[in-house]
Design a protein around this ligand. Structure first.
Ligand code: C2E
Ligand code: MG
Ligand code: MG
Ligand code: MG
Length: 275
C-alpha cells in the first residue's frame, strides 16, 4: 500500500476506502439518470388496523432496478441521493407516483410516503406537497408523510413551523423508526404527530424481555398522549398477539404482506387477463 507522509504523521492509503468512495460516486452518477431511464418503482406494503383487522392503507417504498447491479435497496442509495441533492427530484417523483396510485384505490385507504430529512429542508416543500395533491386530485386526508426524528432535531423551531403548515394542508404526519433516533419525550410532546411508528428492530427482538418492555412503554406513551401507534416489522402471530394485548392500534410487516405492486395495478392486470 502507498505511504504518504503528512507532517510528522504517516497516513496509509486505504484501498478499501477508495473502493467505497468509487462505488458511491458510481451510484451518484447512475442515480441521476434513474428516473429518466425508468429504473425506479414504488412498492406498497399493507398497514392493518388491529381492532378491526381491516386494511387501513399502504406505505410506499422505493425500489431501484439498476441495469447491472440489479435491485439496489433504498438503505444504500437514499443516503447518496441526500448527499448529492438528487433526493429532491426522487422524493417528488415518489410522492407524485404514490398519490396518483392511491387515487385509484378504495377511498378509505391511505398512502404513507417517506420524507427524507433533506427534503424537509427544501424551502418550498409545502408548495411541492400541495402542488402534487392538486395535480393528482388525491384528498389530503388520504396522505400521510413519514419523517424520522433526525429530520427535526437540526432546527426544531423551523421544523415545528413546517409540520404545522403541512398539517394545515390536511395531510397527516407519522414519526418513523421511533425509538432508534434521538427520541426525546419533549419532541413527541411538542410536535403535532398523528402516528408513532415503533421501529422494526424492537419487533425483531421481541422474544427478548427488554425489547418487549420498550414496545410496551412506547404503546403506553402513545395511549397517554392519545397518539395512535403502529408497529412495523410484524412477522409472526405471537408478535401480533403481544401487540393486540397491549392495545397497539396498527401493524405492518411480512405477517400481513411484503411490499408489492400497487393493488390497483394488480387489479388492472387481472382485468386484462380475464378480458
Ligand atoms: P422504513 O420507512 O422504516 O420502512 C420499513 C422498512 O422495513 C422497509 O424496508 C420494509 O420493506 C421493511 N419491512 C417491512 N416489514 C418488514 C418485516 O416484517 N420484516 C423485515 N425484516 N422488514 C420489514 P425498505 O423498503 O428496504 O426501506 C428501507 C428504508 O428506506 C425505509 O425504512 C425508509 O427509511 C427508506 N425509504 C424507502 N423508500 C423511501 C422513499 O421513497 N423516500 C425516502 N426518503 N426514504 C425511503
Ligand atoms: Mg417509513
Ligand atoms: Mg420505519
Ligand atoms: Mg427505517
Amino acid at each position: 500500500r502507498a505511504k504518504a507522509s503528512v507532517g510528522e504523521r504517516i497516513a496509509y492509503y486505504e484501498p478499501a476506502m477508495d473502493e467505497t468512495a468509487r462505488a458511491r460516486r458510481q451510484i451518484a452518477n447512475d442515480l441521476r439518470q434513474a428516473i429518466d431511464r425508468d429504473e425506479l418503482t414504488v412498492l406498497y406494503q399493507p398497514q392493518h388496523c388491529l381492532a378491526t383487522g381491516e386494511l387501513s392503507g399502504y406505505e410506499a417504498l422505493l425500489r431501484w432496478h439498476h441495469p447491472t447491479r440489479g435491485l439496489v435497496r433504498p438503505d444504500e442509495f437514499i443516503v447518496v441521493a441526500e448527499e448529492t441533492g438528487e433526493i429532491f427530484r426522487i422524493g417528488e417523483w415518489v410522492l407524485r407516483e404514490a398519490c396518483r396510485e392511491a387515487r385509484s384505490w378504495a377511498p378509505e385507504l391511505k398512502v404513507a410516503v417517506n420524507l427524507s430529512a433533506v427534503q424537509l429542508g427544501q424551502t418550498d416543500i409545502v408548495e411541492v406537497v400541495h402542488g402534487i395533491l392538486v395535480d393528482t386530485g388525491l384528498s389530503p386526508s388520504r396522505l400521510e408523510l413519514e419523517i424520522t426524528e433526525t429530520a427535526i432535531i437540526a432546527d426544531k423551531l423551523r421544523a415545528l413551523h413546517l409540520l404545522r403548515r403541512i398539517k394545515g394542508l390536511g395531510v397527516s404526519i407519522a414519526i418513523d423508526d421511533f425509538g432508534t433516533g434521538y427520541s426525546s419525550l419533549d419532541t413527541l410532546h411538542s410536535f403535532p404527530f398523528d402516528k408513532i411508528k415503533i421501529d422494526k428492530s424492537f419487533l425483531m427482538k421481541s422474544d427478548n424481555a427488554q425489547a418487549r418492555a420498550i414496545i410496551k412503554a412506547v404503546l403506553a406513551l402513545g395511549q397517554s398522549l392519545q397518539v395512535p401507534v403502529l408497529a412495523e416489522g410484524v412477522e409472526t402471530a405471537s408478535q401480533l398477539d403481544l401487540l393486540k394485548e397491549q392495545g397497539c392500534d396498527e401493524a405492518q410487516g411480512y405477517y400481513f404482506g411484503r411490499p408489492g405492486l400497487s393493488p390497483s395495478l394488480l387489479a388492472r392486470q387481472a382485468d386484462r387477463q380475464s378480458a
